[in-house]
Design a protein around this ligand. Structure first.
Ligand code: PEP
Length: 257
């Protein structure tokens, strides 16, 4: 059985003090949940990582970042390395989010380099893939998934692939309030698992966790994670409030027991 994973992507929101407040609130609300049943991850902005690490220390909440650069160190003004993230207390990092692909020229090639850098430092990458609205409407969803999965995961060994999490995030559902139906999510995620069988094998594909992301909220989380290939969620907007994110985590933790 794959362990459910719920991750909150705080994007470019929250000052350091607001981040501490949110992390404290989540810690209070979620302390009863067993990490045997669910992985809970929060991904604040870079400036708040070190402070939030202190807040969640010893709790059932893990820390993630929203991006990294693939070089270990050097003259790369404005960038953050996997070593720096590890040092700030991160164990996860989101890579290839559609907003980075859309606004910051992220490509499958850069995603692949970042993925390797994260793995080399022992960080768990959450690799985002998914189609835009026009790609879905022109029936190119599977073609886009082929491209994102094959090229983002290029040359990743069967041993390393087991250390990553994939997030299927249809771009048209991100921040729009428009969620994919649970059937649409399952169809795409089953397809991704099929690709992983072809690229690796049944065992690897059945082990790997695939989250859904796109307007996840307390009202739709149970239906989504009830699907066999939906192993959790990457949550944007609803992760910014204690009530909605803790509700999503609590509801999700009961589904696959
Ligand atoms: C996201 O940005 O990864 C996301 C899924 O956002 P939202 O939940 O706000 O759609």
């Amino acid at each position: 059985m794959r362990k459910t994973i719920i991750a909150g992507n705080w994007k470019m929101h929250k000052t350091i003090s607001e981040s501490i407040e949110l992390a404290n609130g989540l810690k209070r609300e979620l302390f009863k949940l067993d990490t045997q049943d669910i992985d809970i991850v929060i991904c604040p902005g870079f400036t708040a990582l070190a402070e939030v690490t202190e807040v969640i220390q010893g709790s059932n909440i893990q820390l993630g970042a929203q991006d990294l650069y693939w070089q270990k160190e050097g003259a790369f003004t404005g960038e953050i390395s996997s070593l720096m993230l590890k040092d700030a207390g991160c164990s996860f990092v989101i890579i290839g989010h559609s907003e980075r692909r859309q606004f910051f020229s992220e490509t499958n090639e850069s995603v692949n380099k970042k993925l390797k850098a994260a793995l080399s430092e022992g960080l768990t990458p959450i690799v985002c893939v998914g189609e835009t609205l026009s790609e879905r409407e022109s029936k190119k969803t599977f073609k886009v998934l082929d491209d994102h999965i094959k090229n983002s995961l290029m040359d990743i060994s069967p041993e390393d692939i087991l250390k990553i999490v994939i997030a299927y995030e249809p771009v048209w559902a991100i921040g729009t309030g428009k969620t994919a139906t649970s059937q649409e999510a399952e169809e795409a995620q089953k397809y991704i698992r099929g690709l992983l069988i072809k690229m690796y094998n049944e065992e690897v594909a059945s082990f790997l966790r695939i989250q859904y992301g796109g307007s996840v909220k307390p009202e739709n989380i149970v239906e989504l994670v009830s699907e066999p290939d939906v192993d959790g969620a990457l949550v944007g907007g609803a992760s910014l409030k204690v009530d909605s994110f803790s509700e999503i985590v609590k509801l999700a933790s009961g589904v696959k027991k």
